[in-house]
Ligand binder design. Structure first.
Ligand SMILES: Nc1ncnc2c1ncn2[C@@H]1O[C@H](COP(=O)(O)OP(=O)(O)OP(=O)(O)O)[C@@H](O)[C@H]1O
Ligand SMILES: [Mg+2]
Length: 253
């Protein structure tokens, strides 16, 4: 990993930082506008560090909507999602609203602030699930993490909030140093669809045949695919805690 670089907010107008702030293409007007917006949030400095990169500058994450970096408010280190200039979203406010609803059931990084181009939230210091599984095969630890993911999905289902991207959650579950999993990125979340968080995440974790489900199968032994699918079907028809518990049992016993 590259050495972290600390850049005071006033120096973000310099390249290559201006281009990260206005990824993928900066204009002077946009840089000025974003610097004002960033100062309004009380951001004093940005820390460029992490496994991802933008214009060769290290960042915590990069997706189609945003670039995520660590920033300093007065003494507090938090995560900042920067809306890409080419994002197919006009602002981050809707994502913030969805995250706030997830927070209400104790899911997701705590929302700190939002404006058109910036979303500030609790920084999760951890590793995305596929990388975490590469390094952690201890059955008790994996069970703890997976069980907590399922519980969080149950809470989201109950709150009527569908995350929307949990069937391909390679980048959307981060495991922190205390072995707590965090579901991130609520930009595709909705309260207007039937929630399918438990089903989607079970598909991702157990039945998809992808790298994560293969790693989990290596830890727990092959699960009975049909049995899991059958339990998921029952749960879909009747979303009760009992039916949820049965899913946990077939997946993790
Ligand atoms: N609160 C956070 N703390 C630490 N890292 C985070 C946080 N939120 C997001 N990240 C990292 O940044 C990456 C990109 O964030 P996010 O998924 O929100 O962006 P995105 O543009 O919507 O991505 P995608 O196009 O993949 O949906 C995440 O996969 C994750 O690794
Ligand atoms: Mg996203």
């Amino acid at each position: 990993m590259k050495t972290p670089i600390m850049v005071p907010t006033e120096n973000l107008k310099e390249e290559p930082y201006a281009s990260v702030l206005c990824y993928p293409k900066a204009s002077e007007a946009e840089v000025q506008k974003r610097l004002v917006e960033l100062r309004d949030h009380g951001v004093k400095a940005v820390e460029f560090a992490g496994k991802a990169s933008a214009f060769n500058v290290p960042v915590l994450g990069k997706g189609f909507v945003g670039i995520v970096v660590a920033v300093y408010l007065d003494g507090q280190r938090v995560a900042l999602k920067i809306r890409r200039v080419d994002a197919d979203r006009l602002g981050l406010q809707n994502e913030a609203q969805m995250l706030a609803q997830a927070n209400a059931v104790h899911v997701g990084p705590r929302l700190i602030g939002v404006s058109r181009n910036f979303l500030l939230m609790q920084l999760i210091d951890g590793t995305v699930l596929p990388d975490w599984l590469d390094a952690n095969r201890e059955k008790a630890y994996v069970r703890g993490v997976v069980k907590d993911v399922l519980e969080q999905c149950w809470r989201l289902d109950n709150a009527g909030l569908d995350h929307g991207e949990l069937s391909k959650a390679t980048k959307h579950i981060i495991v922190d140093k205390q072995l707590k999993p965090w579901i991130v990125d609520f930009e595709s979340a909705s309260v207007n669809r039937k929630p399918a968080n438990v089903s989607s995440v079970c598909q991702f974790l157990f039945t998809s045949g992808g790298a994560v489900s293969r790693a989990i199968a290596e830890v727990f032994g092959e699960r009975k695919r049909e049995e899991i699918i059958c339990q998921l079907r029952l749960y879909k028809k009747d979303r009760t805690r009992e039916n949820f518990n049965r899913i946990v049992q077939v997946c993790l016993s």
